[in-house]
Design a binder for this molecule. Sequence first.
Ligand code: AMP
Length: 427
Amino acid sequence: MSFENLGLRQEILTGVKLQGYVKPTPIQQQAIPVIMQGRDILAGAQTGTGKTAAFALPLLHLLTARKASGVYRPRALVLEPTRELAAQVGESVETYGRGLRIRSTVIFGGVGIKPQIQCLRQGVDIVIGTPGRLLDLAGQKILDLSGIEVLVLDEADRMLDMGFIHDIRKIIRLVPKKRQTLFFSATYSKEIKVLADTILSKPELVEVTRRNTSPDTVGQSVFRVPKSRKRELLSHLIREGDWSQVLVFTRTKHGANRLAQQLETDGIMAAAIHGNKSQAARTRALADFKSCKVRALVATDIAARGLDIDRLPHVVNYELPQVAQDYVHRIGRTGRAGCTGEAISLQGEDEANLLYAIERLIKKEIPVNSIEGFSIPVKGTDKREAAGIEAHRRGGRGGNKASFRGGNLGGFKANSSGGRRRQTHKR
Ligand code: AMP
């Protein structure tokens, strides 16, 4: 199927071509025709599947094709969980709609409200934003939601994780009952189902990835390394692999800051991105990373959610996520839109259970990778735990003891590369 078959306006097709898209992705093939018919949609799609264009292209088409009412007020509202995602989707909408007379704006907290007020007063068709600031502006009667024809909930699961449910319900009460609603979520929980049931009307179900699976385009591996040596191993991997861009996940904001500083000490340009940073600092870090001025971007889960970095080759889980599902979200930053990517996890001595939970979720064993000199000394309770995990990992297929190169912790200098072999044990 080609974009031409989807019935989109010529201006939009030109915008798509300028982006270099040749063929619609599966979510686009399935969702666009349904949205063009004016129907509600419940879509299971992760970031990286092309879901933004899947709603943005038909949205632009519909708004252009339909006659606007006499009053100039927003006609479409796109809800996003994070500022970064709102900004990114805003950029995509601008790009795809370049040839059209549709105006859009992005609204989120953490930045001055005045320019946003000014933009809304000048009149816009599409508002893309995070729930808190949107409600603030609606409360001040600056944002008029009574003319919304299309409501999009993007990454609904993440919005719920972030505690936006009450804000979402308030927003739903402010938009007209008669509207088209497009609901996107990477995962389905009971809460998601309840929310979807209450706000959608006879939705068409579209699902492009089985839930909780890891994308096939991402090569996954795990290094089992003492916590105290993770940073040394990371620096080594970046340097030896000559990585130009790596997104590194830590569990805490403090950990992200500290690791970025340590990488800089190792001579690797790095920046941290998380919720405590000002919006300006986050935008700058992301721009520097995209332009390859910064080689390593260290992020927490929430800050990185939905980040769209074209052809990002490497993702590292410096600390394994507490919630296994976050693993799928994290590695989904790479291997997007047909490109391949590599996701490496560094499992510390106290993270065996987290790895186990991830493998159970994705129903796949993650191959163990090792570099001589970096491995976990197995002892005491760790040993019992590791043995249990090993038994699970072997899963009656004969096992592979070579996964660990135990004990040899000395003798490795981060700067020396001579003769060290990296080994992957595939089973
Ligand atoms: P998304 O899932 O919306 O975050 O999109 C992921 C990436 O896929 C973005 O970098 C898009 O620019 C890209 N993309 C979207 N649609 C297509 C397409 N049809 N062909 C190639 N790349 C695409």
